[in-house]
Ligand binder design. Structure first.
Ligand SMILES: Cc1cc2nc3c(=O)[nH]c(=O)nc-3n(C[C@H](O)[C@H](O)[C@H](O)COP(=O)(O)OP(=O)(O)OC[C@H]3O[C@@H](n4cnc5c(N)ncnc54)[C@H](O)[C@@H]3O)c2cc1C
Length: 1006
């Protein structure tokens, strides 16, 4: 169904193009020199009379976040408050402060910790003036206590109170010091993972609105009353575009309850702006609510939302919102911010391989955009009441300057806004209500009028606090520069318009497609939250008929091997550059066919859309990576030796390789194995999994069309027991590369060993009992995300998937509850539906096997999730399963499905890793801890191929996280790594006696 946000511009546009439009729109609208002149005295005043937030600024100046000390400070601020056990709190503090150098720390750990605590508390604790000697004696616990106190004080800098009542009391006393202040209260908390959390946040918003309403005057305009800011991600556990229908059905009524309360008291209720991939959804929720406002309380002018100027389509968003206002005959309050998730947006675009960034990549560009947006807001005054939220004096002065040009305005709601601003012609006092307002965050200076005031318990503060630290610590941040006296006035108030002129700045950030620089293009991905990106996928799915692939017989296999052996010489003698170019052509063709290949993965392998896109990208990356690497590895190397001879090491193919790939990555692993063998000059007999031959056939067709000779790459579809076994048994083959179960790898190994003739190399990548170790410094939300993705994404059918969660006993109850709650929100069913998280497992046999394991666990272990097995009309669907087991040793087999086993641990984490090692597998390990030295030590002790710290443990990227394990998990070398191709090569040294003709010319003439 078309959505109203379809009309919004594409988010991934050329930054230069958009910037040129913004600069053009501002031409003549703004006199920057006048603005800078106006801002200069404010800057001087702040510098001469530092506001309270200076303490943190000067700390950040002393210990920038880019330094070990600054990072330690941020890490402690993020984690220390939530650590429940003293032992771990000491370990964390020692780890972070131990390697930072606060104020010339002394030698012993204790002394260093103590002096550190003093160094920190010096900045925060007014009474901290005691002698270091005294502190040294107090011991580690006291240091932790002092550090904890410092962090709490840091938090208090930004949080008005722990409850709404406390916050309102603080607000009242602030108003005594500065009349005309108003507040927008924000109940801390974001990103609910469970419905219980979402309902808790809903209750706290409701309670806050009721409290604010008690002090508000409904006869006053919303701009004159205090208000509330809400985050939609706090109010629904699946607030994401893929869950569009459910969000509209469930979230809209929740927010409407809040709107009704706010409207009754005539308060301002603002929906905060969050990540870009939620923008369309947020606008649709906003529109649905606007419709309700228009029906039920059209007189209410307090409904609003925040918009981020760092988005390249910010101006169009404003036009969209203004159009909605006109359509529903409402006036919205629109808070303009620059945007708080810049680093996360950049990372997401790079990870997804998007064509461009959705945000500007240069700070002055965001500043220019902010001004262009301000202009657009001022021009839309019939439908929008603008609220400018910034701490940048230059930006504020520029807005005042533009506002004057736009027409007479009453002064903004702000008693202490720089008086020059109000007097400089903004309007005559008493000219009615102000036409816009200025806003700031609590803790950030004393100017401007509406204060965004977070309220909440310490536990909920952390994510917010880190965002503030990051923002204020950034070199480009205005407040950071303001606090740095070495930054002169001219530099501080440089015109962003001048800085953004063509050629003025060079972006050091590569676009996502150029992430790997000259080496190779990054594969292009899609943003499934964008309609224009997912439409081709859905169209391809509708049009696709899965081709049938004829089965080969054992005799066919024999004939194919003979052909491949014969074709070897020609392909091996084809220059490596030519072979590499062929693979690159195939990669290019694959990129063009991405929608069709994704559709095939969904239909044939039951992949979800996100997994399908990642898989096609991985296949493209493999083709390009091995093309490059073959050129590197196969270049002849001159070796040192005695004079009078030349020594060269050369690589070539080994012969005909059998490539046997699994159904769980039927394109990526298939293409990876085949590309590695082909790139190094081998011919290939490719046997795909029986369940997924069609996608393999497509890949083979693409490679043939790109120039791989038909005899150099032959596809043999059929059962492993006949076709696979026959291929492996043929005398002519030169190697086998296999990905699949440990049992089948063993069968292949034995078959190869039993053959006469040469010893055949085998590369086997098999399964694992992959564990994640979580200590009590970990962030439960991050753990829940990582666990749910690692254990249940792709219905748990990844070699790398999480099977065994080991969680510290001090936090186990809460973490398990959160994971259960998040897992309950997952949707199992038809994989072609974008809303589906878990499709069916691959076939009836897999379903039967997993079901039997689940039945066994129901008696042997403690069931955690109350989910039944196949609850869906779709066959072979298994809802997420979780069981608590008594010990790590109780887990003996890999269950290749969405089944997670959980164990609690206490004591030494190293002992946990040793027990994991003892399972004998060695593929992936997740570690969740904020103690960096612990993460490194655990990774060092783990006998596994891939370790992931503080993230999920799936989705290895070619060339970035080469993939493969040890022990029962495989032979190595790692796929997508720099050592993989070597195993496919035969090595030859060529030694030429250059003195054979009679003398050593080189020595005489050299
Ligand atoms: C009242 C209030 C409410 C807020 N509500 C929200 C909200 O709902 N959603 C939200 O996202 N933020 C919100 N914020 C936070 C806001 O986005 C940041 O505080 C703001 O970006 C800081 O901007 P500044 O003008 O004060 O500082 P400046 O120092 O002038 O600007 C810093 C900003 O520039 C941008 N930036 C930094 N580096 C780059 C770069 N290399 N390329 C491009 N841009 C860059 C970032 O947006 C950064 O935050 C709110 C802020 C206030 C004051």
């Amino acid at each position: 169904m078309p959505r109203t946000t379809d009309r919004l511009p594409f988010p991934y546009r050329s930054e230069a193009g958009v910037l040129a439009q913004r600069l053009a729109a501002l031409q003549g609208a703004l006199d920057w020199t006048a603005a800078a002149t106006q801002a200069a005295p404010w800057v001087r005043a702040v510098r001469e009379n530092p506001p309270p937030f200076w303490a943190m600024e000067s700390l950040l100046k002393e210990y920038p976040i880019s330094s070990a000390e600054g990072l330690a400070l941020m890490r402690l601020a993020e984690a220390l408050l939530r650590v429940p056990d003293a032992e771990t709190a000491i370990a964390l503090t020692a780890d972070q402060l131990g390697r930072a150098d606060f104020d010339g720390a002394a030698d012993s750990t204790l002394a260093r910790l103590s002096s550190t605590a003093i160094a920190m508390s010096k900045h925060f604790l007014p009474q901290a003036g005691s002698e270091p000697g005294l502190m040294v004696k107090l011991g580690a616990k006291s240091v932790v206590a002092a550090t904890l106190r410092a962090v709490q004080l840091l938090g208090r800098q930004f949080v008005l109170g722990q409850t709404i009542e406390e916050g309102m009391k603080e607000a009242a006393s602030a108003r005594k010091r500065q009349s005309n202040l108003s507040f927008s209260f924000d109940m801390l908390g974001e990103g609910a993972r469970t419905d219980t959390d979402a309902l808790r946040y809903l209750a706290s918003y409701r309670n806050a609105i009721a409290a604010i309403a008690r002090t508000a005057d409904p006869k006053r305009a919303p701009s004159q009353n205090d208000g509330i800011s809400i985050k939609l991600s706090a109010l629904h556990p699946r607030y994401e575009d893929a869950q569009h229908e459910r969000v509209m059905r469930e979230l809209v009524p929740r927010v409407w309850q809040l709107c009704e309360g706010a409207a009754a008291a005539n308060l301002n209720l603002t929906i905060d702006a969050e990540e870009v991939d939620r923008l369309e959804l947020s606008l649709e929720v906003f529109e649905a609510l606007a419709k309700l406002v228009a029906q039920h309380c059209p007189q209410w002018q307090g409904f609003g939302l925040a918009l981020q100027a760092y988005q390249t389509r910010a101006v169009e968003l404003i036009e969209h919102v203004a159009a909605l206002g006109r359509q529903y005959q409402l006036k919205f309050m629109c808070r303009l911010v620059k945007g708080a998730y810049w680093d996360a947006e950049i990372k997401r675009a790079q990870e997804l391989g998007l064509p461009a960034y959705p945000v500007f990549t240069q700070k002055p560009h965001t500043d220019v955009s902010y001004l262009a947006c301000a202009q657009a807001l001022l021009n839309a005054s019939d439908a929008i009441y603008p609220q400018f939220a910034t701490h940048n004096a230059g930006t504020i002065a520029a807005i005042l300057n533009m506002a004057m040009a736009t027409g007479p305005h009453a002064p903004p709601l702000c008693g202490s806004l720089p008086p020059e601003g109000a007097q400089a012609g903004l309007g005559r006092p008493g000219a009615g209500l102000p036409k816009f307002e200025l806003q700031r965050l609590h803790g950030m200076g004393a100017v401007s009028c509406r204060v965004y005031a977070p309220v909440g318990a310490h536990r909920d503060l952390l994510a917010y606090l880190v965002r503030r630290l990051l923002e204020n610590g950034a070199n480009s941040s205005f407040v950071h520069q303001l606090a740095d006296e070495s930054v002169g006035m001219d530099e501080l108030l440089l015109s962003p318009l001048e800085q953004s002129k063509p050629g003025a700045l060079m972006s050091s950030l590569p676009l996502p497609p150029d992430l790997y620089g000259q080496a190779r293009p990054n594969s292009l991905g899609l943003d499934l939250a964008v309609i224009a990106h997912r439409q081709p996928l859905l169209a391809a799915h509708t049009a696709l008929v899965v081709p049938s692939v004829p089965e080969a017989s054992a005799a066919d296999a024999q004939a194919a091997v003979a052909k491949a052996v014969q074709a070897f010489a020609d392909w091996n003698h084809t220059p490596v550059a030519e072979r590499a170019a062929t693979l690159r052509r195939a990669a290019y063709a694959m990129q063009l066919q991405l929608p069709r290949l994704c559709a095939l993965l969904v239909k044939e392998a039951h992949k979800g859309w996100g997994d399908a896109v990642s898989e096609v990208r991985e296949a493209i990356d493999f083709l390009r990576f091995y093309a490059n690497d073959a050129e590197r590895v196969m270049a002849p190397q001159t070796l040192p030796g005695p004079t009078g001879e030349s020594n060269t090491l050369r690589m070539e193919g080994r012969g005909a390789w059998v490539c046997i790939s699994p159904w769980n990555f039927p394109l990526a692993i298939f293409a990876g194995q085949v590309a590695a063998a082909l790139a190094t000059g081998n011919t290939v007999l490719a046997k795909p999994a029986e369940q997924t031959p069609a996608i393999a056939l497509e890949a083979v067709k693409l490679l043939h069309a790109a120039g791989v000779p038909a005899e150099a790459l032959q596809l043999l579809h059929g059962p492993g027991e006949t076709v696979g076994a026959s291929l492996v048994a043929q005398p002519g083959i030169a190697g086998v590369v296999f990905t699949g179960s440990t049992q089948v790898a063993k069968i292949i190994q034995r078959a190869l060993a039993a053959k006469d003739g040469p010893i055949i190399p085998l590369i086997a990548e098999t399964g694992g009992i992959n564990a994640m170790l979580v200590d009590s410094t970990a962030l439960p939300e991050q753990v829940a995300d990582a666990v749910v993705q690692s254990a249940f994404r792709s219905a748990g059918q990844r070699c790398s998937a999480l099977r065994l969660l080991c969680v510290h006993e001090a936090i186990a109850d809460g973490v398990i509850e959160m994971i259960e709650g998040a897992a309950k929100e997952l949707v199992a069913g038809d994989p072609s539906d974008l809303a589906t998280d878990l499709g069916p497992v691959i076939d009836a046999e897999a379903f039967g096997g997993i079901t039997r394991h689940v039945q066994r666990l129901r008696t042997d272990a403690q069931p955690l999730l109350d989910s039944r097995l196949a609850t869906h009309a779709q066959p072979h669907v298994i809802a997420p399963q979780m069981f608590e087991v008594p010990s790590i040793g109780a887990v003996t087999q890999e269950i290749f499905g969405p089944v997670l086993q959980v164990v609690r641990w206490g004591g030494d984490p190293m002992a946990v890793v040793q027990q994991i090692n003892a399972l004998g597998y060695g593929l992936t390990l997740g570690i969740q801890t904020r103690i960096d030295s612990r993460a490194l030590a655990l990774a060092g002790a783990a006998r596994v191929g891939n370790v992931y710290v503080n993230r999920n443990m799936i989705g290895a990227v070619v060339g970035v996280q080469p993939f493969g394990g040890e022990g029962l998990s495989g032979t190595g070398p790692k796929a997508g790594g720099p050592n993989y191709l070597l195993r496919f090569c035969a090595e030859q040294t060529l030694t030429i006696n250059t003195t054979a003709a009679g003398g050593n010319v080189a020595l005489f003439t050299g």
